[in-house]
Write a protein that binds this ligand. Structure first.
Ligand code: SF4
Ligand code: F3S
Length: 108
């Protein structure tokens, strides 16, 4: 099963994950990234690169993040591919570690 971007990414979007991914997994929304599970090869390289600790193997997702499996599938279909690291959101450091950010997720 693929890897999943979960809630800690919201409003941070550091994008360090993109640079280490050997395939084109990541899709970019306004304040969150998702992984296309059909492309992910389960290499796990992105996990340790994320400063927010936002990436998990689907099988190891904390229960409160279960809904992110479907969100990654759904949003990867409509969001554009991102293949190189970009600047994080300007207030990323203010949002890293903040709990209960689901309401901050922008889909469009
Ligand atoms: Fe890319 Fe590997 Fe992370 Fe999957 S686990 S998103 S292939 S870096
Ligand atoms: Fe998000 Fe972490 Fe990547 S914050 S953009 S999953 S490096």
């Amino acid at each position: 099963m693929a890897y999943v971007v979960a809630e800690p990414c919201i409003r941070c979007k550091y994008t360090d994950c993109v640079d280490v991914c050997p395939v084109d997994c990541f899709h970019e929304g306004p304040n969150f990234l998702v992984i296309n599970p059909d492309v992910c090869i389960d290499c796990s390289l992105c996990v340790d690169e994320c400063p927010a600790g936002a990436i998990f193997a689907a099988d190891d997702l904390p229960p409160e993040y279960e809904k992110y499996i479907e969100l990654n599938i759904e949003l990867a279909k409509s969001w554009p591919l991102i293949q190189v690291k970009i600047e994080p959101l300007t207030d990323a450091d203010d949002w890293v570690g903040v709990q209960d950010k689901f309401g901050e997720l922008q889909k469009v």
